[in-house]
Design a binder for this molecule. Structure first.
Ligand code: NAI
Ligand code: ISE
Length: 336
């Protein structure tokens, strides 16, 4: 079966996912596109998916009998309405992070999926599919003893003007919030945020960098540096300190050179390149599950926990160093 996919939101990542579905992956084809900026959908049709129909609204795309499964890659604030519509239509739905911009919104999605009785939603937490994180998890699970501390960093070279302090959490650190919970098989119980002086490349509405300290139920302390004006490149770091040893996320493959009296290798500058292989694997997983009418991978519960944790981290930003408790509800059996 070829899964017929509709893409809602054809900006940076929507276009890139449409490209991988039509040109890299197997078992699916993009048959429908929708974007509030119609010119963007038309450009993707012309460059990548010539046979796709263009729909004026996401809801029309979701209800089309020619669409089997849906990709939601529009702005975060619009995700909830489309994921709920996909669940109501009984169609598998891949939703980019965040699942919803509020914990209440994510909860509405969990409730709708539980009422439907079968998994339909995969959240775009692609790091769980990254070969480096998968290898790191094998070491954490089997080699270094129980984890005690994690040191992580998420550095972007620059961000757009409209990127403000809370976005460091719900747009950027949300990836660590999900992947570290998965890596440690643990849940968070509190968050604190520390701000060093702001970098000169930042602006008045963005306190950057910042350090988020998360405590887990098993007693692990995690520090995550978020620095989105680091200038030098796109750099993701993660080191887990266990009872018996330390395991570190591998660097992306890069050719080392000895040239002009320098020993060096390049650092990537774009998230699209850093996680290119993981996006391929996560979407293939989505296609394979969608062919069976269901969903796999990171689920709505993971998106809900990420939203609760993000809200606590934003409250911790405002608490200026004070700890904010993270209280998670009991997980529905659908996600066990
Ligand atoms: P973008 O701004 O490049 O593209 C978003 C597109 O959605 C735009 O073309 C916009 O016109 C369209 N749009 C906005 N509201 C809409 C609506 N109501 N209906 C239909 N289309 C609508 O943004 P980008 O970078 O592609 O991000 C999109 C989503 O993907 C965000 O939620 C973002 O957090 C997530 N993302 C995930 C990444 C990852 O590493 N997993 C990387 C980058 C983005
Ligand atoms: C972007 O939306 C992503 O998801 C990237 O992975 C992240 O590094 C970046 O900070 C976000 O803006």
């Amino acid at each position: 079966m070829t899964v017929r996919i509709g893409v809602i939101g054809t900006g940076a990542i929507g276009r890139d996912h449409a490209r991988r579905i039509n040109q890299v992956l197997g078992g699916a084809t993009v048959v429908a596109l929708s974007d509030v900026n119609r010119a963007s959908a038309e450009a993707v049709k012309s460059d990548i998916a010539p046979d796709a129909a263009i729909f004026t609204t996401g809801e029309e795309l979701i209800s089309s009998p020619d669409v089997d499964a849906v990709l939601v890659t529009s702005w975060g604030a619009t995700h909830e309405q489309y994921v709920l519509a996909a669940i109501a239509a009984g169609k598998p739905c891949f939703c980019e992070k965040p699942l919803a911009t509020t914990a209440d919104g994510a909860k509405r999605i969990v409730d709708a999926e539980v009422a439907h009785g079968k998994r339909l939603v995969q959240v775009g937490f692609m790091r769980r599919y990254d070969a480096g994180y998968v290898a790191l998890k094998q070491f954490v699970d089997t080699k270094i003893g129980a984890p005690i501390m994690v040191h992580a960093a998420h550095r972007n070279p620059a961000v757009p003007e409209q990127y403000v302090t809370p976005m460091a959490i719900h747009d950027t650190m949300i990836h660590e919030i999900d992947v570290l919970r998965w890596l440690l098989d643990d849940d968070y119980i509190s968050a604190r945020v520390l701000f060093p002086r702001s970098a000169a490349r930042s602006h008045a509405k963005l306190r950057d960098p910042q350090i988020v300290i998360l405590e887990t139920a098993k007693g692990t302390i995690i520090d995550v540096e978020i620095f989105v004006n680091c200038h030098y490149g796109y750099d993701i770091q993660c080191e887990v300190v266990g009872e018996d040893g330390v395991a570190t996320l591998p660097e992306p493959m890069a050719i080392q050179t000895r040239l002009g009296a320098k020993l060096q290798n390049d650092i990537l500058t774009d998230w699209k390149d850093r996680f290119i292989a993981s996006y391929d694997v996560e979407l293939q997983d989505f296609i394979n599950a969608a062919a069976k009418g269901t969903a796999a991978g990171p689920n709505s519960w993971d998106g809900y926990v990420a939203a609760i944790t993000s809200d606590a981290c934003v409250a911790a930003q405002e608490a200026e160093g004070g700890a904010v408790a993270i209280n998670l509800p009991t997980r529905s059996a659908l996600y066990n």
